[in-house]
Design a protein. Sequence first.
Length: 115
Amino acid sequence: MIRRNRRPSLLGTAARTAVVASTASTVVSRKEQKRAAMSQQAEKAAAFDAQQQHQAMHDAVAGAVAAQAPAQSAGAPASGAPDMMAQLERLADMKTKGLLSEEEFQAAKKNLLGI
């Protein structure tokens, strides 16, 4: 009968340690990759939601300006001037808050002024 040494050799211990460390590193790496992928998906979803909100706000502003433009052209110019100024100020305020881009602001202003 062959008698084995109960203590592992130094080379065997080093090999076992290397295998355990490699396995742990792979598991941690995969978890980090999953977290990064989930984070990217969440960022894409948030960007999409922000874009949808911006588009909805733009559509609402364009609809409100389009609905008010015919009413103003039919009304008397003297009585519509303060109202037009208020609408221009509101559009400028929306632009400074970032709700409207420069192009959207210019288009809404032209529509409001009837240009």
